[in-house]
Ligand binder design. Structure first.
Ligand SMILES: [Zn+2]
Ligand SMILES: [Zn+2]
Length: 239
């Protein structure tokens, strides 16, 4: 399984563009998945090209939640790809639904935890403010959990992934939505994630610079500073 960040507030490559929003590619044996689509279609398509991806190469487009900085590139991707299955958390707006269906693609709602493709799962909708789900992918060393903004609380989303797969969390990556949290608030989240057995963390997007620093201190060498262009490969669970 290979994960590549295509859209983020930060870039680790000078030839890719950074912009507020999030998108990443999740490549499994036989399946390619786009998780979220960033804010600006031109930035998304440009970064895809720089990083060797085409909008027509994805079998699934998974939208974590109905916010503009995660759905902005959706129409541009679907214009080039009418074969993709679009997976959304149930409860997204009729406007988003209509946008997806206007491209003639298949729309799939997720309510409870479910398998999207072999080895890749949705946590199901985690409630709390915004209807949002995360994706968990099985790898040899446990599971990789990817969140968009984690509005319902990142620990709750990891707990939902663990309830479904009963596996250790090798990596938790994405937006953790902690910008409005103070130090003690972030410390509590860090305690929860340690208790949930999160081995490596890669907070980005809406996590907030101060919270990211606290994660860096808490996880030490198991912390990854990530952005557009960051990519990592794991052995598949079945290898
Ligand atoms: Zn959001
Ligand atoms: Zn966001």
């Amino acid at each position: 399984m290979r994960l590549t960040i295509l859209y983020d507030n930060m870039s680790i490559r000078t030839d890719a563009q950074e912009d507020w929003g999030f998108a990443c590619a999740i490549e499994l044996p036989g399946t390619r998945m786009l998780f979220d689509t960033g804010a600006d279609p031109q930035v998304l398509l440009g970064n895809m090209q720089t990083l060797g991806f085409g909008p027509d190469g994805f079998d699934f487009v998974v939208i974590s939640h109905d916010h503009w900085d995660h759905t902005g590139g959706l129409d541009a991707v679907l214009e080039a790809n009418s074969n993709a299955v679009v997976v959304v958390p149930s409860g997204v707006s009729g406007e988003l639904r209509d946008r997806v269906l206007s491209h003639g693609v298949t729309l799939k709602d997720v309510t409870v935890g479910t398998q999207i493709a072999p080895g890749a799962f949705s946590t199901g909708v985690v409630h709390g403010g915004v209807a949002e789900h995360a994706v968990a992918v099985r790898v040899e060393s446990g599971m990789v959990v990817v969140t968009g903004c984690a509005h319902p609380g990142v620990a709750g989303m990891v707990a939902a992934a663990r309830t479904m797969l009963a596996d250790g969390v090798e990596l938790l990556l994405g937006g953790f939505h902690l910008e409005s949290f103070d130090g003690p608030g972030v410390a509590e989240v860090i305690r929860d994630l340690h208790r949930l057995g999160v081995a490596h963390v890669a907070p980005c997007h809406c996590t907030g610079a101060e919270a990211i620093q606290l994660f860096a201190e808490a996880w030490g060498t198991s912390f990854a500073r990530v952005g557009v262009g960051w990519s990592k490969t794991w052995r598949d669970a079945s290898d």
